[in-house]
Design a protein around this ligand. Structure first.
Ligand code: T4K
Length: 372
């Protein structure tokens, strides 16, 4: 009998519970729950070493990290960003009273198209906030060139880009700052969590103050900071996850390869090309359904749902279509043709380490049926 258990776009990776208990016992014994405890410090060090970055500052979630990264660099005015992302990217700008300026994406990478950035720069532009969408890197060299010419800061929303390397080097070292998410749905999760990757100790210091109400010491408050701290339970979870991450990444790769193999001969179903010099994390598995495919994207989404397979249309609708953004001149559909086309075609297929092969084969079979 064919299984009909529900399958979601993702499922959090959870190491065996008994491996987590010793961490909890330590927290119970020390009564150190938050405010930069020992697990917090250990995770900052271990993550920096694992990722190949100089410094990072842990956060309660990726959104607070984004908001704080903008504060840390004193960004204001206008910031160029992508509409093809999760709401948090642009929302972090509004929370800082910054005007988002949407620029179209490259249809192959789904990332900000560098060739469209310069025309969006005005005297009010202070920074670029690109997203390494699905964990596939932006054109970091071209973006840095533009930023250097115009004197702009670059903050990468690297929420999807945990562990991604190009030519053997971490993609997280690009830009002035890069922001990670460790949300339950991410490649490495701490239940909720995030981090800012910092190039030097000085900016990390400022960020550490900002995430702790601006306290520099017991009696000195240097900025109107926020409470963005990661607690000890989440930090402990991160330490345990690090022990399992390499295996989890291997399984993701194998799952992605099975999808690629299954759809490779169907011209109306496209998956992204992964450059040979890239160590990708397979954070998501977007499939692009061409308008000539016998079954439309939304029909396919509904068909999968009827089989208890809950794929997701990341990122539809575009952020630029949300009510708080659609009045902006840069949100007009005619400026964002590639982003609109991809948002209409994309469906993200389930990919996570505990995805059962039989479930993956079942959903591949349903999709293949639509091609006949
Ligand atoms: N920048 C970018 C580019 C991002 O993608 C995100 C977050 C951020 C910034 C902000 O980072 P955080 O502040 O979140 O750290 C999910 C996530 O909530 C969100 O973190 C993520 N991006 C976004 C792409 O996806 P939803 O609304 O799709 O989540 P939800 O609750 O529908 O979860 C999706 C599926 O995952 C569920 O159908 C089942 C499964 N799931 C989810 C959760 C939360 C579980 O099995 N267990 C769980 O605990 O946004």
């Amino acid at each position: 009998m064919i299984s009909q258990r529900p399958v979601f776009v993702t499922e959090p990776h959870l190491p065996p519970l008994q491996e987590f208990i010793p961490y909890l016992e330590k927290i119970w014994a020390s009564k150190r729950l938050t405010n930069g405890g020992p697990f917090h410090e250990q995770l900052e060090n271990e993550l920096a070493a694992y990722l190949g970055v100089r410094h990072l500052s842990l956060f309660a979630n990726g959104t607070l990290a984004l908001v704080t990264a903008l504060q840390a660099l004193r960004i204001g005015g206008e910031v160029i960003t992508t509409p093809y992302t999760f709401a948090a990217t642009a929302h972090s700008l509004l929370w800082n009273n910054i005007k988002p300026v949407f620029v179209d994406i490259d249809p192959d990478t789904c990332n900000l198209d560098p060739e469209r950035i310069e025309e969006a720069i005005t005297p009010a532009t202070t920074a670029i906030l690109p997203v390494h969408c699905y964990g596939l890197p932006c054109d970091v060299d071209r973006i840095q060139q533009i930023a250097d010419v115009y004197g702009l800061k670059v903050i990468y929303d690297a929420a999807h880009a945990f562990g991604v390397k190009k030519d053997g080097a971490s993609i997280l070292n690009h830009g002035d700052l890069a922001v990670l998410s460790f949300h339950a749905t991410k490649v490495l999760n701490t239940f909720e969590g995030g981090a800012i990757v910092c190039p030097d100790a000085k900016i990390k210091q400022r960020i550490d103050y900002l995430k702790n109400f601006g306290f520099a010491n017991e009696v000195t408050v240097v900025a109107p900071g926020i409470n963005g701290k990661m607690n000890e339970v989440c930090a402990a979870m991160g330490l345990l996850q690090l022990k399992h991450i390499d295996r989890a990444l291997e399984i993701r790769t194998a799952i992605h390869r099975r999808y690629q193999e299954a759809f490779k001969d169907i011209p109306t179903l496209r998956m992204q090309q992964v450059p040979a010099n890239l160590e990708w994390n397979h954070a998501y598995c977007p499939l692009f359904v061409h308008p000539d495919h016998p079954v439309g994207r939304d029909e396919l989404y509904a068909l999968l749902k009827s089989h208890q397979i809950h794929a997701r249309r990341y990122f539809y609708p575009l952020v630029s279509s949300f009510p708080m953004y659609r009045g902006l001149a840069s949100a007009a559909a005619e400026h964002l043709p590639n982003a609109h086309a991809l948002a209409e075609r994309v469906i993200c297929l389930p990919i996570y380490p505990t995805l059962q092969t039989e479930d993956q084969e079942r959903l591949i079979g349903i999709i293949l049926q639509t091609a006949r």
